[in-house]
Design a protein around this ligand. Sequence first.
Ligand code: SAM
Length: 218
Amino acid sequence: MWKRDVDYEKARQKMVDVQIAGRGIKDSRVLRAMRKVPRHLFVEESLRGQAYEDHPLPIGEKQTISQPYIVALMTEALRLKGSEKVLELGTGSGYQTAILAELCDRVYTIERIPALLYRAKETLDKLGYKNIEYRVGDGTLGWPEEAPFDGIIVTAAAPKVPQPLVDQLAMGARFVIPVGDRITQDLLLIERVPEGIRKTSLGGVRFVDLIGKWGWQE
Ligand code: SAM
């Protein structure tokens, strides 16, 4: 029964109505992107029936695709209008990458586990996304050759804000990152403003570890 596109489509629209718009996400472009991107294609076949439920799912290599509401919350915080250059750390399944690719000019995505990056790229290529650059490596160092970025999003939990990422923010840029211990974190919004750096908390979250020079050690 979960094999028919029409079932996935219905489940996706319900997910946005109930879990995303229903919980206060208002940015019409974010809502449109989440109504469009086929989340079930970013998880393995046996989990597709759960792709539109209100929780993370395993994607292999002890990693997860984030809860849809958290994807929406972090994306909305970037306030994308369409012309931005965005850096993403933690490609994972590529689902968040697809949402970003719908909403900005170019996405630069970094994943430390090669097998995940290759699979995500395959899915995103099949869906026709052409505005994504991919890199395997330690995203905590950022992507200095392409800096500055108008938005940065980190989808893994850091013990502290990695300084190289702050240094790669354009004036007016917005940066979202979960910071805390290995169990719970505060989702921080960091903005580069003329006076310096402004930090706001968007609430409590729970992510897998950000591993790297400016993250946790393995
Ligand atoms: N946004 C992803 C999605 O939509 O599927 C989910 C990301 S998952 C919660 C976190 C990802 O961050 C994992 O795939 C993990 O391997 C990756 N990661 C952890 N540390 C990293 C680092 N230093 N650089 C790049 N990726 C990293």
